[in-house]
Design a protein around this ligand. Structure first.
Ligand SMILES: [Zn+2]
Length: 900
């Protein structure tokens, strides 16, 4: 008999607690510092001089700028002037350039420091450029400066408090680091202020030394996983005169320090900037994977008459133009010659056309063709001829503010028009996906997967672009999305996005990757949950560095430490994790129907059902039930044999999918849905096929509130007014259903079953949960927004995730999966600790991921966690990657403590 070895990777349960505390306080400190720093900086001035300039000119001009160019906001710029600024009309002379020419070695006049660094807040990194003064002779332009050293002197109330030199050995650009956050009312005596105030070279070196000091004996770094990072800001005289957009310095020493820091963090690949690493002989350390173009924007734009214009996604000129861009990109990838290369086309992808399709004859033709391929007949649309069929006007093109918002009134819409509305919405995704298959093929033949970078829209309020339909159109050969959510309560939705991605990647045989943003929270958990879902590639988005690119984490020592730890964990675990698959197939499938999402946007329901669905998924993961996420298209394709239970959460379901679901239930499947669930079809008409199955009378929703859409930032409380007494329900069914009571969130559907078992009743005696046998299978309808009810308490300001999810409400969701004994191999005693059983050839492991947070953003550490292993088969020994060998408390159960 095989003796499998079980690895429990527990590192992520010991997330550094103080890191989150300091993050929570950072905002308050920042505002405070800004006020106090504003008074202090008013007393500060600076002057500069170029002390070495090559080739040596008679005089130089020294310009400064800050912000913009990838750092957010716009660029602020100015010049240093010759000393003697007190003379009359100095402003006019500066304007005329006469006072800007400064001899090499001579000091400039004093400038208020605030002019150059702005209002003190966080870090500010102003850039200085030294140029040879104009000769006045157009035939003899001033030579480009190829190296320089600039000396800075900073004065507070007449007294020098800081001076340093910054050199540009390969050009004319230097930069310094101003620690605005550390400047308090004590001015230059503010703790840490002067120490951190330095030239960019010292700043980058100090960062590298701090990271090296944190882990003097760093563990193994990932070699199999591709860990992508970012370099930036360097330019040199040979390539670009050492100045210009985005060039922050010309010092190879800085680049070398940044490369060493990145290597230290486990980074082994780069986005775009591999040539910078090559410039300092570090390129080979970053050739595990290279991410480059063809482009970060939509290919639909073209330049005509000097203006960028949006063109038609079906424009025949696009094909050749895109092919040429792909050819160029392939040349670039060949020149880089990394072990693996992935090509990006369209960062944070949207749809290629909206109201354009209403007026474009080509798009109208493409729309008709799309309908025909979907099997739509003229009868369905109540039209006599195809040329009468046009996209439904779902946008208000005349009103720019309302652009993109639906104009449909479902109450007055005929069924044929409603169908056209639905397909017009879907057509946006089709029009976008059809742009890319040729490019994807061209790149694939060169061995390069193509990806579009997806925003985490299924965890927000949905999107015009549907992930499932997009990838079904064959546009990409790799699946990549970014993690962005800032609220600790929804960090766990990384697993939701990962499960959607896992399903899409498996369906189309694509590798999966992700951008993980450490500064948005839970980097270790996010990494592990995605790796446990098959991602072999991710970018720590983004190292920046902070002086070159915004939205970065490289200025945060606490995050550098956590990224380093996560990298070491991955390096140690990659024999188990790289290429690992789920040990067994899921027997529960989950669907948040696209048709429900589309009609939600058009009706009073808004995001209610869409938000509800996400929390139904969460309840299943809190019960440790592995779930496959399917699309309606997959339901319609009918391959449901592996599943015992199907959760379809939404009022609308496509008719072709409904037919298959009905067959599947009759042959033994269990179907679960909740309020208004499956009551309507894709044209928002009452569903017929499923009405028989569900056995309910007229479906009617009673509402007493709404749910705010979740989008990236804070999870908001439900809005409820005049909650009726009959919102409450109770049940005493026992078994997997348990006994309990609850209060339905924002609304209810009092069920009207013609037969079946009533498992729970509302306070007014009306049925709340109904189970009904159909053929060999059964259906369960919960007359609540079950997911919203489950999430109601955790939406409070003082949330505690470990206690705020009601076990009784969870039972109403997961009972059918438990009753059917669906695959559930590993069951931690703690709902907020996710467990994923993996196998990699003969190596088996469990990823344990703690998503439980408190309102102050601290992780709720679990002590003495017990883990049951009902589906892990024979287990002879267990070891934790963090804690070494573990003893099983009894056969098939682990218990172990967690170090803080
Ligand atoms: Zn068009």
């Amino acid at each position: 008999m095989r003796k499998p070895r079980l690895l429990t990777s527990l590192v992520l349960l010991t997330v550094v607690l103080c890191a989150f505390v300091s993050l929570a306080h950072a905002q308050v400190d920042k505002l405070d510092a800004q006020k106090k720093g504003a008074a202090a900086i008013a007393k500060m001035t600076l002057r500069v001089r170029a002390i070495k300039v090559s080739p040596e000119p008679k005089a130089v001009r020294i310009a400064w700028r800050r912000g913009g160019e990838g750092l957010g906001g716009s660029v602020t710029r100015g010049d240093f002037a010759l000393k003697n600024a007190a003379e009359p009309d100095i402003d006019k002379k500066i304007e005329a350039g006469k006072q800007l020419d400064i001899s090499v070695g001579a000091w400039s006049d004093w400038l208020p420091l605030e002019t150059v660094v702005g209002r003190p807040g966080g870090w500010q990194f102003p850039t200085l450029v030294v140029l040879a003064s104009p000769t006045g002779d157009p035939k003899k332009p001033a030579p480009a400066v190829t190296s320089t050293v600039v000396e800075f002197e900073f004065v507070e109330s007449g007294k020098v408090f800081k001076s340093f030199r910054e050199s540009a050995p390969r050009g004319c650009t230097v930069r310094f680091a101003f620690p605005g956050g550390a400047l308090g009312e004590k001015g230059s005596a503010s703790p840490g202020f002067v120490d951190q105030f330095q030239g960019l070279a010292d700043y980058a070196r100090a960062r590298r030394e701090r990271v090296e000091k944190l882990f003097p004996a760093s563990g193994p770094v990932p070699k199999k996983f591709a860990v992508i990072g970012h370099l930036g800001g360097y330019g040199d005289a040979a390539q670009n005169k050492g100045r210009g957009f985005g060039i922050r310095h010309n010092n190879p020493e800085i680049l070398l320090d940044e490369c060493r820091t990145l290597r230290r963090l486990g980074v082994n690949g780069l986005v775009d900037t591999i040539r910078l690493a090559d410039a300092v002989g570090q390129g080979d350390a970053f050739r595990r994977m290279y991410w480059g173009g063809p482009g970060s924007g939509s290919p639909v734009y073209s330049v005509r008459g000097g203006k960028t214009v949006e063109t038609c996604p079906f424009d025949p000129e696009l094909g050749p133009r895109m092919a040429a861009r792909v050819s160029d990109a392939i040349k670039d990838y060949r020149a880089v010659n990394a072990c693996e290369s992935w090509a990006l086309w369209w960062d944070e992808i949207g749809v290629a056309a909206k109201d354009h399709i209403l007026t474009c004859p080509r798009c109208q033709n493409a729309f008709r063709e799309y309908l025909r391929v979907q099997g739509i007949r003229l009868d369905d649309l109540a039209k006599a001829r195809w040329d009468q069929v046009t996209p439904y006007p779902i946008w208000k093109p005349a009103d720019p503010k309302a652009k993109g918002s639906p104009t449909v009134d479902p109450a007055t819409l005929s069924a044929p028009d409603a169908l056209r509305y639905y397909y017009t919405f879907r057509f946006m995704t089709h029009a976008t996906a059809q742009l890319f298959p040729a490019s994807s093929k061209q790149l694939k033949e060169a061995g390069i997967p193509l990806y579009a970078m997806q925003g985490p829209t299924p965890s927000w309020e949905g999107h015009s672009l549907d992930w499932h339909e997009f990838y079904d159109g064959g546009p990409n050969s790799a699946f990549v999305f970014e993690t962005s959510n800032r609220d600790p309560r929804v960090w766990q939705w990384e697993s939701y996005l990962g499960d959607i991605g896992r399903s899409i990647a498996a369906r189309h045989g694509m590798p999966m990757g992700a951008l993980i943003k450490p500064h948005r929270g839970a980097p270790e958990q996010r990494m592990l949950t995605l790796v446990a879902r098959g991602a072999g590639t991710f970018e720590w988005y983004t190292y920046g560095p902070d002086y070159a690119k915004g939205d970065s984490f490289s200025q945060r020592l606490d995050l550098l430490e956590r990224v380093d730890r996560a990298g070491q964990f991955l390096g140690k675990a990659e024999d188990w994790l790289y290429g690992a698959r789920w040990a067994g197939p899921a027997e529960v499938a989950f669907v948040s129907p696209r048709s429900s999402e589309i009609w939600g946007k058009a009706t009073d329901l808004g995001v209610t059902a869409f938000e509800d669905a996400k929390w139904v998924y969460s309840a299943l993961t809190h019960a440790h039930v592995p779930v496959d996420i399917l699309s309606e298209q997959q339901l319609a394709a009918g391959k449901l044999g592996q599943y015992k239970v199907l959760y379809i959460v939404g009022p609308n379901l496509r008719r072709d999918a409904a037919v298959r679901v009905q067959e599947w239930v009759r042959t033994g499947g269990t179907l679960w849905t909740d309020a208004l669930g499956l009551s309507r079809d894709e044209a928002n008409q009452p569903a017929t096929a499923l009405a028989d199955l569900l056995g309910l009378g007229k479906r009617k929703l009673e509402s007493w509130g709404s749910v705010p859409a979740y989008h990236a930032t804070a999870l908001l409380p439900l809005k409820e007014t005049a909650v009726p007494a009959h919102a409450s329900l109770s049940w005493k069914s026992g078994g997997v259903w348990g006994t309990g009571d609850a209060r339905g969130a924002v609304g209810r559907e009092a069920l009207t079953p013609k037969d079946g078992d009533v498992l729970a009743k509302f306070a007014d005696g009306k049925p709340a949960v109904v189970r009904r046998k159909v053929g060999k299978g059964e259906v369960v309808v919960v007359g609540l927004w079950a997911g919203l009810t489950y999430s109601a308490k955790v939406r409070r300001a003082e949330f505690e995730m470990r206690t705020d999810f009601d076990q009784a409400v969870r039972a109403l969701i997961v009972a059918p999966a438990l009753a059917r004994r669906a695959y559930r191999p590993v069951v931690p005693a703690e709902p907020l600790v996710e467990a994923v059983l993996l196998k990699n050839d003969r190596r088996r492991s469990i990823a344990l991921i703690n998503w439980g947070y408190r309102h102050d953003r601290t992780l709720q550490t679990v002590k003495d966690l017990r883990v049951a292993l009902p589906g892990a088969g024979d287990v002879k020994s267990v070891q934790s990657l963090a804690h070494g060998p573990l003893k099983a408390a009894q056969p098939q159960e682990l218990a172990f403590g967690v170090r803080r």
